[in-house]
Design a protein around this ligand. Structure first.
Ligand code: FAD
Length: 287
């Protein structure tokens, strides 16, 4: 089913994000994770894709296919473009069609100083319009950034660029992670003012350790509110306590988002089934 259709039928939509295992071409090491994630009945599961040169990219389709065929859950395949040619993207789209996959998250991908971009696609919106022109049967979504993309000239410029992405054909959006819901609400308002209409799922990353969060935050530019910093400081060396506090924080964010009529919640699971189960148990009657 097309993900745009899922948003039309039901909100809030619940989705999980996973990444292909690095050194397992048979994809068996992820079975235990999938067993738990799929038993929680998310509306879709997205599978990440390397920005270029990654050996795991062929596994993205395999994993998405497995999610669809063996578990009956709708997969969303991430696809990055700056390090690929149009021909490579078309070949990949054909692989998706053969696997019966209908949904793609069109992304630019982060620049990698060790890879020279192919210069056939410059922005995610180029990929969105290319897919819409050449593989119009695909349902295409895009990423968005409540606190602004790290490379954007300004938040206003970033919003104009997001509008270009939706005008190119992005039918739904998934947000970068954030730890302060006010950023998301203010972003939603700005989207409305800019007449950007597609549904947007809020990206939530449950914290399991301090190093993980500091790495993510330095990469994606999300800010850390004071009450969140306090939790990290207080429980830095108490693994189990930090886990409990991190889950409670994520659940609180989700409860508040649902109360604010969010279109969807996208949980960055980090392939951790314990995290997904804990979150789902706490919001079972909300989503
Ligand atoms: P774009 O939408 O192209 O934006 C990138 C920058 O260019 C922004 O600053 C924007 O304002 C600017 N821009 C856009 N259009 C124009 C224009 N026409 N003119 C001038 N400036 C413009 N990365 C991966 O490698 N693999 C993944 O699987 C992956 N999954 C992700 C999932 C989500 C939900 C999110 C939020 C991010 C994901 N990323 C992934 C990271 C993403 O690739 C990076 O954040 C990347 O830096 C930007 O990608 P984008 O698609 O948002 O780019």
């Amino acid at each position: 089913m097309k993900i745009s259709e899922i948003y039309r039928k039901k909100t809030p939509v619940l989705s999980f994000e996973i990444f292909p295992p690095k050194r397992d071409t048979t994809l068996t090491s992820i079975d235990a994770t999938l067993d738990v994630l799929c038993s929680l009945h998310p509306d879709f599961i997205s599978v990440t894709f390397g920005a270029g040169g990654s050996a795991t990219n062929s596994l993205t389709v395999g994993l998405a296919k497995k999610i669809k065929k063996e578990y009956g859950i709708e997969p969303l395949v991430h696809l990055t473009c700056i390090n690929y040619t149009k021909e490579e993207i078309l070949a990949f789209a054909d692989e998706l069609a053969e696997a019966g996959i209908e949904n793609v998250l069109a992304l630019r991908g982060d620049r990698n100083p060790d890879i020279v971009p192919k210069e056939e696609f410059f922005y995610a919106s180029d990929l969105v319009s290319f897919l819409k022109e050449n593989r119009g049967e695909l349902c295409v979504g895009g990423a968005c950034y409540p606190e602004g993309h790290t490379e954007a000239e300004s938040k206003v410029a970033d919003l104009h660029n997001l509008k270009k992405k939706t005008e190119a054909g992005a039918e739904f959006l998934i947000s970068q992670l954030f730890f302060d819901n006010e950023h998301f609400y203010s972003f939603r308002e700005k989207m409305e003012i800019a007449d950007i209409k597609p549904p947007v799922s809020a990206g939530i990353m449950p914290v399991i350790n301090r190093a993980q969060i500091e790495r993510m935050v330095s990469l994606c530019g999300a800010s850390l509110p004071e009450k969140f910093r306090r939790i990290l400081q207080k429980y830095e060396f108490e693994k189990d306590a930090l886990f409990d506090a991190g889950m409670a924080y994520a659940v609180n964010q989700i409860v508040d988002l649902v109360a604010h009529d969010v279109d969807g919640v996208h949980v960055y699971t980090m392939n951790n089934p314990v995290v997904a189960r804990r979150i789902c148990d706490s919001i079972r009657n909300l989503i």
